[in-house]
Design a protein around this ligand. Structure first.
Ligand code: NAI
Ligand SMILES: N[C@@H](CC=O)C(=O)O
Length: 409
């Protein structure tokens, strides 16, 4: 096919994807999001998409399971083949291994589970994926170690699908390495889950630009957990109690301070800015943290007992906004039209009828101004956190790659 539009590439050149053979999938992370991926993969086995993805490796930070029989062409085909009893058994075995990894507590012996190896190493993963089929690593971790390998895998011909924002939302050099690797190797990077937990924000940005549009500005609520927290917070009940609820519901990062400090939103606005053609670096985003210094230095194990440190400052902020008839919202803003584009992230007190103050639950609400949407922005709104939507976004990207369809990234 002719040259693809900028930011939108096609995998039809990958004969492995076009062959109809299952793509080999390695899942890293079996926490809130990873478990939902496993559940959705299992549900896919009962759908017409059952032969698209073949789970060959599952790992968390403690243990890993590989189904090496999935590496041979015959065994790979039989893993998830539709209507094949033997493949059904293999598929179940693989899903069970996934479930076993997901339920493996840190200290429990793995001796009773022969499919599991006690230590999960990324080198072991690379051995599993070293083959001729379409291979996809799904990153459902929050791990720097894993994010620093994205570019390497892309270079090696392995596609990457990620919920973790530390790859494209980290240092500019890492984002550039990912971009260069996928361009050089013709591999794909599925990043739909990284912003808006799969809302079509990155896709919209890329498709607008593919049509010649230029992005002028982006503003909005990019954190599902902070949207939920400031939607619930009434200034009467302690903010810390809502943080515990948001964490239990799976909306926050593994360490909720990554949300409260604005770091998670910093990563998201960096991903959006870079996708909009503005290659900002980490320090080009001014971030207001909600985490007091005393809380920032508390060890993770003691965090729960210290969350009350949030309560007084946020009650004060809430009371001031309430007196003015305003609402607190955690907003990210990017303006690409200034001489040196910069972004900001922080808590704002908005008029109650401000378009960015609207939304319920974990809703993200993102406004995009461009040549085409110069006066009235394009607005995308919907749930922006949660294991279910995130897992769906990850597997949508994986399926698009496996099917040789167009994916953004
Ligand atoms: N919870 C949500 O709504 C959303 C989460 N995300 C992202 O999804 C990712 C995962 O989040 P959660 O599931 O909540 O985290 P979690 O803490 O529940 O799970 C993380 C998993 O990664 C594993 N892990 C850590 N290092 C590893 C390594 N080197 N190799 C293999 N596995 C490793 C851990 O053992 C654990 O199983 C994060 O990057 C988060 O930002 C993205 C969009 C929405
Ligand atoms: N912790 C994140 C989860 C999705 O990225 C959020 O609150 O938005």
């Amino acid at each position: 096919m002719s040259a693809a539009a900028p930011g939108i590439r096609h995998v039809s050149a990958d004969p492995r994807a076009a062959s109809g053979e299952s793509a080999r999938v390695a899942l890293l992370g079996t926490g809130t999001v990873g478990r939902a991926v496993l559940a959705r993969l299992e549900a896919l086995q009962r759908s017409p998409l059952s032969n698209r993805l073949s789970l060959v490796h599952v790992a968390n930070s403690r243990v890993a399971a590989s189904d090496r029989t999935g590496l041979g062409p015959t065994a790979t085909a039989s893993l998830l083949g539709v209507g094949d009893a033997a493949s059904g058994a293999s598929s179940t075995a693989c899903a069970s291994a996934g479930a076993a990894v997901a339920s493996q507590p840190a200290a429990r012996s793995t001796a009773a589970a022969p499919a599991l190896v006690r230590r999960s190493t990324l080198d072991q993963l690379e051995a599993v994926l070293d083959g001729a089929a379409t291979c996809i690593v799904i990153d459902a971790t929050a791990s720097e170690d894993v994010a620093t390998r994205h570019a390497r895998w892309l270079h090696q011909g392995v596609h990457v699908v990620t919920a973790c924002k530390l790859g494209q939302g980290g240092p500019l050099a890492r984002w550039q390495a990912i971009r260069d690797a996928r361009v050089a190797a013709g591999t794909l990077y599925g990043d739909s889950a990284t912003v808006g937990a799969g809302l079509p924000v990155l896709r919209a940005l890329r498709e607008l630009q593919a049509g010649g549009d230029r992005i002028h500005a982006i503003a909005g609520v990019l954190s599902g957990s902070l949207a939920w927290l400031f939607g619930q917070f009434d200034g009467l009940r302690p903010f810390s109690g809502f943080v515990r609820e948001a964490r239990a519901a799976g909306y926050t990062e593994p360490d909720p301070r990554d949300d409260l400090s604005g770091e998670d939103v910093r990563r998201k606005i960096l991903i959006l800015a870079r996708a909009a053609g503005v290659p900002l670096d980490v320090d080009d985003v001014a971030v207001e943290s909600l985490v007091p210094d005393e809380l920032a230095h508390v060890p993770v194990a003691d965090l729960d007992a210290s969350l009350a440190l949030l309560d007084t400052p946020l009650r004060t902020r809430f009371a001031r906004a309430y007196r003015n008839g305003e609402k607190l919202r955690f907003i990210a803003r990017l303006d690409t039209r200034t001489g040196r584009p910069r972004a900001t992230v922080g808590l704002e007190s908005l008029p109650a009828d401000d378009p960015l103050a609207i939304g319920a639950g974990t809703d993200n609400r993102i406004a995009i101004w461009s040549d085409r949407y110069a006066e009235q922005p394009l607005v995308i709104q919907g749930p922006g956190a949660g294991a279910g939507v995130t897992a769906a976004a990850l597997l949508d990207d994986a399926l698009r790659i496996a099917q040789g369809n167009r994916v953004a990234g």
